[in-house]
Design a protein around this ligand. Structure first.
Ligand code: A8S
Length: 201
């Protein structure tokens, strides 16, 4: 499911699955993006991905700022530009994308790594691509049934010559593919269905 808006700060519509998220988690998705300071037109979107795997399993994949290619299949290579393999806040990675994309590389800086609430966020600070001022936040939440719900939101400038709709369709497609492959990777680690089965009486 995706919710998008060009309004700053982002406005959430009352969707059931979103209203079940703790307000502290939701505020990461809204307030963080309201720091977007670009003067060009920008857009915002939020996607939800239910996963039949536990929060620790999903988080163990997501938290690896140095290894996004584990589930982001558009990434060919990734290396850290900051010394000592340091992946704390401020760390910078350079990724190379697979051929066929309108991009070659992206330089990305880790902005949030909240191990307690399972939230990771980064912003794009350089590279050869068209997504200026891209910033994203991804959180993993317990679905209350033994599984997880991943929420990913982003803001990005609308590239010159493109419309808001084009931009959202393009970026949502990439994010949806990433979330789908995160689901597959996590579910294969957890051996499929980790939801508590409701006994049939
Ligand atoms: C992410 C999200 C996105 C990555 C995009 C949207 C990107 O890596 C690809 C193609 C581009 O044109 C831009 O979480 C860029 O990685 C796959 C190189 C940034």
């Amino acid at each position: 499911m995706a919710i998008f808006s060009t309004i700053k700060p982002p406005v959430f519509h009352s969707k059931h699955s979103l209203s079940t998220l703790p307000p502290s988690i939701l505020s990461y998705h809204t307030h963080h993006h309201s720091r977007h300071s670009s003067t060009t037109e920008c857009c915002f979107s939020l996607l939800l991905q239910p996963i039949c795997a536990t929060v620790p399993t999903v988080w163990s994949i997501l938290r690896r700022f140095d290894k996004p290619q584990t589930y982001k299949h558009f990434i060919k290579r990734c290396h850290l530009l900051t010394p000592h393999n340091n992946t704390s806040i401020g760390a910078i990675r350079e990724i190379e994308v697979i051929s066929g994309m309108p991009a070659l590389t992206s330089r990305e800086q880790l902005e949030i790594l909240d191990e307690e609430n399972h939230i990771i966020g980064f912003k794009i600070v350089g590279g050869e691509h068209r997504l200026c001022n891209y910033r994203s936040v991804t959180s993993v939440n317990d679905d209350g049934n033994g599984g997880s719900v991943v929420v990913e939101s982003y803001v990005v400038d609308v590239p010159e010559g493109n419309t808001v709709e084009d931009t959202i369709i393009f970026v949502n497609t990439i994010v949806r593919c990433n979330l789908n492959s995160l689901k597959k990777t996590a579910e294969s680690i957890d051996g499929g269905d980790h939801r508590r089965r409701v006994p049939v009486l």
